[in-house]
Write a protein that binds this ligand. Structure first.
Ligand SMILES: [Zn+2]
Ligand SMILES: [Zn+2]
Ligand SMILES: [Zn+2]
Length: 123
């Protein structure tokens, strides 16, 4: 169960270890290696439990919806505000978040940071 994203609507399959995660933080906590970048992400909708692929490169608004049940997953799953949730709770979590923020900056092209970008775009 993901504790970083409130009401996560999809799971994402990591291209490196082929496991399902709700977000990049879940991957970082579970795995010892860095998350591999990819332009094609594999998702699993939590509502209808079906899988689908998305090209991250030419992402548009229709890509924010599950192609099977039209579940709007992306905006629901935006991650950055998790800081409010865990603030001051656990120093180790804070340290990890700082590290992840830096990594996110390098990984602009992946879905893991796309939520923020799209949210900004939509205002
Ligand atoms: Zn991995
Ligand atoms: Zn998570
Ligand atoms: Zn669905």
């Amino acid at each position: 169960m993901c504790k970083h994203i409130l009401n996560a609507q999809v799971s994402i399959r990591s291209p490196c270890c082929k496991k399902w995660f709700d977000c990049a933080e879940c991957h970082a906590e579970t795995e010892q290696h860095r998350l591999q970048q990819t332009l094609e992400m594999v998702f699993a909708c939590k509502k209808c439990r079906k899988c689908f692929r998305k090209q991250v490169e030419d992402w548009d608004e229709s890509d924010e919806y599950c192609p099977h049940c039209d579940n709007h997953f992306l905006l629901e799953a935006k991650t950055p505000k998790m800081a409010l949730q865990v603030e001051g709770d656990d120093v180790r979590v804070d340290a990890r978040m700082i590290k992840d923020d830096r990594e996110k900056g390098e990984e602009k092209k992946t879905i893991w940071s796309l939520g923020e970008d799209v949210a900004d775009k939509l205002g």
